[in-house]
Write a protein that binds this ligand. Structure first.
Ligand SMILES: NC(=O)c1ccc[n+]([C@@H]2O[C@H](COP(=O)([O-])OP(=O)(O)OC[C@H]3O[C@@H](n4cnc5c(N)ncnc54)[C@H](O)[C@@H]3O)[C@@H](O)[C@H]2O)c1
Ligand SMILES: O=P(O)(O)OC[C@H](O)CO
Length: 347
């Protein structure tokens, strides 16, 4: 029998709440912290979080907290489930109320523009060393809407300290939520973050009226450019054929639950970015990540044509259809890059 723990989930949005449910199902005492007092009142009095997970009833062992100090009191592990753009602010608040070291399990999918840091690196950068036990990432093909219905889901945990990852595996694993470990934290974080770019692009092509062939092309060639960048950054190429690579690409590019796909779909149908983001009401991580990935492609001198096309649409007001046409009419090439390199060196 696994030890039951007090665990704090920081961030009471869709993913934080769904993960709180998994932990509660496993018998842990779960504290769900959110910055909106009305939402916390709803969680504690009605046992619902209607804005983020409509129709889902929360069990009694999930208790809402509005004060970070109380939420983190006597807790060894915290799940960090806020959008990438809020991470530094929240970590700073956490550092101000903590005295003891904490293991932080982050579940966000993004890269910080300009610093180009992965999220585990942002945590190491922001959290004072004496307050940080371990940093673990939990990622994979997992929509909150399905997890909260206890639908079968598989994810991966990774950390520089594999024992910390294994401990988190034990906290979450159950009969509907299967957790694997992978020591390649770079690959896990890069795959999880960059799939959102491809999901936005898949939404755009669907919005433009293209079909399954276009989507399959985006998933496959998207994976190629994610792996091209990721391996240059030090990831294992094998990670991109796993849950946090192709697995997450499939779920995000093909699901109506996907916030990134939905945002892309509206863009493809002609809505403006500002209008789309205002109406979503939930985080669309792929937008900021496109900016970061575009900068990473320049830094590492890696060709990322889909990312570049999306960057043009999002930030240069390019027409989505023109960008699709430009992608399709690039100079012809080989599919497998190793083969292209061999052939060009033979010429
Ligand atoms: N929703 C999913 O199915 C899912 C699955 C896997 C990973 N993720 C990742 O999890 C992260 C969170 O996504 P989500 O879907 O839960 O987002 P969400 O929009 O549903 O919720 C975000 C939550 O963060 C809170 N928040 C925003 N800014 C804050 C701040 N400055 N301080 C404190 N709280 C703040 C919001 O109030 C909200 O409760 C993202 O990186 C996302 O990519 C989401
Ligand atoms: O809804 P999305 O597009 O933010 O994706 C959520 C998860 O990352 C899917 O694994």
């Amino acid at each position: 029998m696994e030890r039951k723990e007090k665990i704090t989930v920081v961030g009471a949005g869709s993913w934080g709440t769904a993960l709180a449910l998994v932990l509660a199902d496993n018998g842990h005492d779960v504290r769900l912290w959110g910055h909106n007092p009305k939402q916390i009142e709803e969680i504690n009095q009605l046992h619902t979080n209607k804005k983020y997970l409509p129709g889902v009833e929360l069990p009694n062992n999930i208790v809402g907290y509005n004060t970070l100090k109380d939420a983190l009191n006597e807790v060894e592990t915290c799940i960090l489930a806020v959008p990438t753009k809020a991470i530094r602010e929240v970590l700073n608040d956490m550092a101000n109320v903590r005295q003891e070291p904490l293991t932080i399990v982050h579940v966000s999918k993004g890269i910080e523009p300009d610093t180009l840091l992965r999220i585990s690196e942002m945590i190491e950068d922001e959290m004072p060393e004496h307050l940080l036990q371990d940093v673990v990432v939990l990622s994979g093909p997992s929509h909150a809407e399905e997890v909260s219905m206890r639908h079968i889901t598989t994810v991966t945990v990774s950390s520089k300290n594999i024992e910390a990852a294994e401990k988190v595996q034990d906290l979450f694993i159950n009969s509907y939520f299967r957790v694997y470990t992978n020591p390649d934290i770079i690959g896990v974080e890069i795959g999880g973050a960059l799939k959102n770019i491809i999901a936005l692009a898949a939404g755009i092509t669907d919005g433009l009226g293209y079909g399954d062939n276009a989507k399959a092309a985006l998933i496959t060639r998207g994976l190629a450019e994610i792996a091209r960048l990721g391996t240059k950054m030090g990831a294992s190429p094998l990670t991109f054929s796993g849950l946090t690579g192709i697995g997450d690409l499939i779920v995000t590019c093909t699901s109506v639950h996907s916030r990134n796909w939905r945002a892309g779909n509206l863009l493809g149908k002609g809505q403006k970015l500002e209008e789309v983001l205002e109406n979503m009401g939930m985080v669309v991580e792929g937008v900021r990540t496109t900016k970061a990935a575009y900068q990473l492609a320049e830094k590492y001198q890696v060709k990322m044509p889909i990312t570049t096309a999306l960057h043009n649409v999002l930030f240069q007001h390019a027409n989505p259809k023109d960008e699709v046409d430009a992608l399709m009419t690039r100079v012809k090439t080989h599919e497998m890059e190793d083969l292209a390199n061999v052939l060009s060196s033979e010429q």
